[in-house]
Write a protein that binds this ligand. Sequence first.
Ligand code: BG6
Length: 490
Amino acid sequence: MSDPRGNISDQRGGVYVDTTQITTTQPEADALVLFGATGDLAKRKLFPSLYALEKSGTLHVPVIGVARSDWSDDEFRQHARESIEEHVTDPDPDVIDSLESRLDLIQGDYSSDATWQELCDTLDRLESSTAVFYMAIPPTMFPTVAEALAAIGLNERGRIVVEKPFGRDLESAVELNRILHSVFPEDHIFRIDHYLGKEAVEDLLVFRFANTLLEPVWNRHYVRSVQVTMSESIGIEGRGSFYEGVGAIRDVLQNHLLQVVALLAMEPPAGSDPGFLQDEKAKVINAMRPIDSNALVRGQYVGYRDEPGVAEDSEVETYVAARLEIDSWRWAGVPWYVRVGKGLTEAATEAVIELKSPPRMLFDEVDSPVPERNLIRLRLGNNDGVTFALQAKTPGPNMDSQEVDVDVDFAAALGERQEAYERLLGDALMGSLRRFARQDVVEGTWRVVQPALDDPGPIFPYFRKSWGPSEADAILVNDDDIWYPPSPAR
Ligand code: BG6
């Protein structure tokens, strides 16, 4: 059954995407409309990204902020300047000036017709036919704004960018997508997951599929386990009331972490068309079993309940560890361990591929140590790079082995890389969907975490600067499995 925009519903009420209908490259935008322009996301990420685009000469459009704050254009420009000065090292004043000259603010309520009329008049005056409507607003507002755009016909004159989380669970994600699809076709909905804009995350594709060395071992015959850790040393940083409604499963596991797992586990895409990449991600997420509640442990750091905006008896998790199963020919039987948490020892995002042990070495001495397993560590955070932990002979009379690391630091080897938001904002303006999340993939990730949302189970306390609750060890399959600490920051 297809909806008015040509999106096709499946029998579960979700949408499967007819990739032949999707145009992955679209015309370049001629205006950027920023809903929530005076909010936190705009301040922390969007203005610094616009500055970077301006600096590199890739920003060519007017930027119209829309917000409820009662500010003048000048106050808005001053706010943008302050945000850049706070978040960019040594900003160039001339670049800030030229960015400021692009900025205007429409002040008004999203429920007022006058706000939408003013936006429409502004876009008419600018002769804009292809705007990017960026929703830097709370997710509960997405439907209101999308429907208001449609009521005045602006949905025919642009595309929308929506921030995660896309819904709160599978049902609400399906409903949100239904509403957005009643207004925009799938290829005009750019769902941001900023992890997809990180160079090191995108590199997983190149690393896997441009290195012949890896493919023969990247499967259940050689891989013993895969671990993906996203640890943050910070707490919730004053975002208590937001975080209380979300928790670690919704905040990062369902989106950032599962997107990374999909890139690590998927089959090679059939070709360079971005639709093929999304198809492979959808397939591997579909092969993932919904998380068994016995294979998931939630934790909360001690002190969380004292944070402003947090309930004193809150059961919201700031940590989650889970074992995923991917029931495919490549991965059946291989445990995928994932964990995310705030207030942990170290800030890191790292995937560790643990290879199976070789047979006992024939030249091994009696009682000599068994060689450690080979590890491939893919660092995806600020210290991005890759380390192969291999075995080499320990100097001396015995044929013993010890770990030696073959290590590449991407910053040193590859030089400066763009920030995730800068790349994604640039992509949205250029009309490239490649680094955005497709609807069926998003719904598939909700299906995987849904049992943990329905039946979250107990919550275990942990101290800050630890690696989370020790109860997480219970989900490791083998007696000698361990949670590998991520590589230290450099
Ligand atoms: C966001 C989450 O999506 O990602 C935050 O809402 C989290 O809670 C952040 O801190 C982490 O992003 P990064 O890029 O710093 O790893």
